[in-house]
Design a binder for this molecule. Structure first.
Ligand code: HMG
Length: 440
């Protein structure tokens, strides 16, 4: 079967940054370590006054098409995943196509366009749609452009405020991809949940603590569903495990559960159980409660074992390298985690071709999706083309007062505040009013 997967990626971060330990924590009278160590974020990205989900998505896509030497006639569909849409009728992909058409002599008349919504998991769902379209043989040799773009804002004072972020990831889905092949096997965990929602409102209503429990439950179900069609996984099966990363502290919890699940009934578990004095067999306990308590104690100790720490540092920590500096990008978040891992592998000279990734996507509302990917021969050259460090370093560092103005500005009523731009746009699409994006 011809491999289908992600051929190339590009990232566009919002041009402003908020330093969480140095600027946000003192303003909130909090310990900087809550952000640096607990939540695990150093910075959040914010859009400059001339940026929004359309310009960030269009700029990432333009760079991707230019780099791959593609024009609109090479693209058969444009799918945009976002939970920050401003139009209940026209999909954001039409706005983005409109921007790109200003740049090329051709248009995207022939391309199917849509907008996907299911909180953060919509980015992966759009990749799936593209994958299925190619597998069904409907692509006529064309690739799909998938763009995950969001401005993830919370109401000021909401606990989620520390996890905000803004940026776009553009991905080219194609046959014989250079980056990763996507597995046909996938697993889901999906339930109607109300811990994070935005019914006719810009900022989410969130029960933060519950949202973490829902994330872990749906992820566990998705892992089990994946195993039912794939194989019983072992922690060493994967070079990296990129998860949806609302903030790195969340991934720390998911990783521990994942490790325990994947090591169950293996020699690794026997070894760990011996070391920690844990009895893994449920029938050795007099009650379910006693068994659960033993698991809790085991997990508490497991996270400090050499085996777990070494695995975490190898398979998980590298996925968090970008997220720590940009915050939650909602639909783009898991895709940043994949890029961060591949970037780390390139920087540390690791050979990855043929190795596997396990991708854990999640969206509130709620749904988790698990699939595997196989890294392709061209991965290193693709990753070498990214300039994410330069983008992150070039951001304007906001004072707390400026952050508040920017936050007001990016309210859905974007014209409500008259705020000067902080950075100078350079050869990119800028926001000049709804439906009027232009190049500058
Ligand atoms: P909070 O309640 O302010 O934080 O916000 P906290 O008090 O729970 O502290 C966070 C961590 O920092 C804790 O670590 C503390 O112990 C630690 P943990 O116990 O969890 O391991 N800490 C410190 N560590 C070192 N030094 C210190 C210190 N102080 C505290 N001095 C909360 C946390 C998650 C509630 C908040 O950020 C929130 O509401 N976030 C938004 C919701 C969210 O991100 N949920 C995640 C799962 S749902 C999801 O991922 C979907 C989503 O992306 C949306 C979508 O799909 O569309 C959100």
């Amino acid at each position: 079967m011809t491999p289908v997967g992600i051929d190339a990626v590009e990232i566009w971060t919002g041009k402003l940054q908020l330093d969480l330990p140095e600027t946000f924590a003192p303003a909130k009278d909090e310990d900087p370590d809550k952000y640096r160590k607990g939540i695990g974020l150093e910075h959040s990205s914010f859009p400059d006054t001339y940026e929004d989900i359309v310009t960030m998505g269009a700029n990432a896509a333009k760079r991707l098409l230019e780099r791959k030497g593609l024009t609109p006639s090479d693209i058969g569909r444009i799918d945009v995943a976002t939970e920050s849409a401003f139009d209940n009728s026209k999909p954001v992909s039409t706005y983005i196509a409109g921007c790109l058409e200003q740049y090329y002599d051709e248009d995207f008349r022939h391309a199917n366009k849509g907008e996907r919504k299911f909180a953060c998991v919509a980015g992966t769902q759009s990749v799936d749609d593209a994958y299925n379209w190619i597998r069904a043989g409907r692509n006529r040799g064309r690739a799909a452009l998938v763009i995950a773009t969001d401005t993830a804002l919370y109401a000021r004072g909401d606990p989620g405020e520390a996890t905000q972020g803004a940026g776009a990831v553009a991905m080219l889905i194609d046959e014989n991809p250079d980056l990763v092949e996507i597995s046909t096997e996938q697993g889901y965990g999906s339930m109607d949940e109300t811990d994070f929602l935005k019914p006719n409102q810009q900022f989410p209503s969130v029960d933060g603590k519950r949202s973490m429990q829902v994330y872990l439950s749906r992820m566990r179900e998705a892992v089990e569903d994946f195993e039912s069609v794939a194989w019983d996984m072992h922690p060493d099966d994967f070079a990296y495990i990129p998860f949806h990363t609302p903030f790195p502290g969340m991934v720390r919890k998911a990783a521990l559960l994942g490790y325990r699940h994947m090591s169950r009934d293996t020699e690794l578990e026997d070894e760990l159980a011996d070391e920690l004095g844990y009895q893994p067999r449920q029938d050795e306990y007099t009650s379910w409660d006693a068994y659960e308590e033993a698991i809790r104690d085991y997990m508490d100790e497991l996270k400090d074992t050499d085996q777990y720490r070494a695995w975490y540092d190898k398979a998980i920590e590298p996925t968090l390298g970008i997220s720590r500096h940009v915050g939650n990008w909602y639909t783009g978040s898991v895709h940043i985690a994949r890029i961060a891992a591949l970037k780390y592998a390139a920087e540390t000279d690791r050979e990855l071709a043929g190795e596997k990734l396990l991708i854990g996507s999640y969206g509130s509302g709620a749904q988790a999706e698990i699939h595997a990917e196989t890294v392709q021969e061209g991965w290193r050259e693709e990753i070498a083309e990214l300039n994410i460090d330069a983008q992150i370093d070039a951001r304007y560092d906001l004072s707390y007062e400026e952050y508040e103005q920017v936050h007001d500005r990016h309210n859905h009523d974007k014209t409500a505040t008259d705020l000067e731009e902080f950075t100078e746009p350079e050869d990119e699409f800028v926001f000049t009013g709804w439906g009027r994006m232009s190049e500058r």
